[in-house]
Design a protein around this ligand. Sequence first.
Ligand SMILES: NC(=O)c1ccc[n+]([C@@H]2O[C@H](COP(=O)([O-])OP(=O)(O)OC[C@H]3O[C@@H](n4cnc5c(N)ncnc54)[C@H](O)[C@@H]3O)[C@@H](O)[C@H]2O)c1
Length: 307
Amino acid sequence: MNTKTKIRKIGVIGFGVMGSGIAQAAAMSGFETIVRDVHIDFIEIGMQKIKNSLKRLVQNYARTGGKKGISKETEASTLANLKTTLYLKELIETDIIIEAIVERQDEKAKLFDTLSKLGYSGLLVSNTSSISITKLGASFKYPERFMGMHFMNPVPLQKGVELIRGLSTSDDTYTAVSRLAKDMGKTVINAKDKAGFGINRMFIPFLNEAIKVVEEEILSPEDADKATICLGHKMGPIATADYIGLDTVLFICNILEEGLGSAYKAAPLLKRMVDAGYLGVKTGKGFYVYEEGKSINVNPDIRRFIK
Ligand SMILES: NC(=O)c1ccc[n+]([C@@H]2O[C@H](COP(=O)([O-])OP(=O)(O)OC[C@H]3O[C@@H](n4cnc5c(N)ncnc54)[C@H](O)[C@@H]3O)[C@@H](O)[C@H]2O)c1
């Protein structure tokens, strides 16, 4: 039993970019963790991602004499804490479910309704980047036990987590979730339930503007990235958009536009990329082409488009 919090068992739904990071961080923090996705292929890819990440952390530990990374023992205990399933009913006994499925309100609402019908009565948080927490909470039988818990990518490395209360979220829920965030070693950032919350309200317009700068041929993708790296960023905006997933970036732009006006409209090139199925690292092609998660070149179609 984890003595620092009442939460002992965590369910994660969705084993994509974020779900795999959240499950890894939860298991690394000593929580029994069970992850659900809809297809065995996604489960295998998610587990492989975790194993690769743990391996890198162990190498880092050896290289830095234990100052950074994790020990071999933590790697083993993390894997022992992790379970995967295709069946939602296996998450019913968890203390909290962290939802990290696609950024679509209808899909999330359908899932919360199903959880309610299956009799789930624990805490439920959404990792949504932008969808109204109050609206999402209304699809769960216990909206007072629902709130936003917005992790940052990559979750095992990024400290920040934005916590967003919906209109119905109770004080007890907020207290339990913020304690969980701290037990996972995260820094809590409290935000209001408005379009994009705090982080994406600031950050997504920056990525969208960078895509417009590329689309208007002011800078090449590499130079757009180089420019902000010169400003001290660790990763440029074009590479970051690929890393987040261009479908997710587009969805958040649409939410910002809907909530805040046309100044937040998505770049036409962003829409085109999503139409073409170029979603970034997760599909192997975005503004850059990727092999084993590493960028190897600018996407030749982008080169042609902006020539
Ligand atoms: N990508 C980022 O950098 C980032 C950062 C913060 C928050 N988010 C948010 O996290 C959530 C997930 O984003 P992502 O980038 O990991 O998406 P993703 O597309 O990489 O993964 C989504 C996963 O959910 C699975 N899924 C879909 N419906 C499901 C269901 N009903 N049950 C179980 N699994 C289901 C899919 O099969 C897929 O594996 C979104 O709400 C997104 O806005 C993303």
